[in-house]
Design a protein around this ligand. Structure first.
Ligand code: SF4
Length: 236
């Protein structure tokens, strides 16, 4: 059922698709092996059980400071977010999750290998579901290209900003079953929070993140980008 209250929407279930061949290759499960049968059984089970969901809110930017933006009355402190939203008035705040159903399923797997695969399958469901949310927003709001920022992905926009994001979205737990731990991580762990924004330029936080050997890197690190685009103008 898809529902809404005010400008906040819930997508439940959020569509997803698992490319089992691609996932099998990524996880080095050899074709024709006994492992392959077990792996494919797990993928089929997860596909039947998974119920990813998302809550999102369209919100207008009310003010722009040097290193923060005020969105629907809530202040978000990040120079990078501020610059990325320079020419924009409306954003899409969201939390998406692969869901408690799949989390419980993954936690109940026995054995190291099954647990490892279940975790990877769960992650793949989340990635696909977030892609569905992006496609839904693009189509519904006629925005050809959406970029995203996630609190906690850069020192410039730390994890403590989760509080502001969750406040903006309202009762996230009731809508999609996602809660924040005292250390501001999300439960279920296979959840993503952030702000989608329209942009003609491509942006990924990874461009500003020097972390080496990150398995989730989506773009190469650009050591000059921060100074070129996000450094504060010194006042004379
Ligand atoms: S490189 Fe890794 S840690 Fe850094 S922003 Fe990208 S996904 Fe996050």
């Amino acid at each position: 059922m898809n529902g809404y209250a005010m400008e906040t929407w819930t997508l439940n279930p959020l569509p997803f698709r698992l490319d089992v061949d691609q996932l099998q290759q990524k996880l080095h499960v050899r074709a024709g092996s006994a492992n392959e049968a077990e792996f494919r059984r797990l993928v089929a089970e997860a596909t039947a059980i998974a119920r990813p969901k998302a809550i999102y809110r369209t919100a207008f930017i009310e003010a722009k400071e040097d290193e923060a933006v005020i969105i629907a009355g809530i202040r978000f402190a990040s120079r990078v977010l501020r610059v990325n939203l320079d020419a924009i008035n409306r954003v899409f705040a969201f939390v998406a999750t692969s869901g408690r159903e799949l989390e419980a399923w993954a936690a109940a797997r026995d054995g190291l290998l099954d647990r490892f695969w279940a975790d990877a399958i769960n992650q793949a469901v989340l990635i696909s579901a977030v892609g569905s949310l992006r496609a839904h927003l693009s189509e519904r709001f006629a925005v050809p290209q959406l970029m995203v920022m996630n609190p906690g992905s850069l020192a410039d926009w730390p994890l403590r900003e989760q509080r502001a994001l969750f406040r903006l979205l309202g009762d996230v737990e009731a809508a999609v079953g996602v809660t924040l731990t005292p250390s501001l991580l999300m439960t279920p762990t296979k959840s993503v929070s952030g702000i989608f924004f329209p942009s003609e330029e491509t942006f990924a936080s990874c461009q500003l993140c020097p972390r080496e050997a990150c398995p989730n890197r989506r773009a190469p690190y650009d050591p000059e980008l921060f100074a070129k685009k996000y450094a504060r103008m010194e006042t004379p």
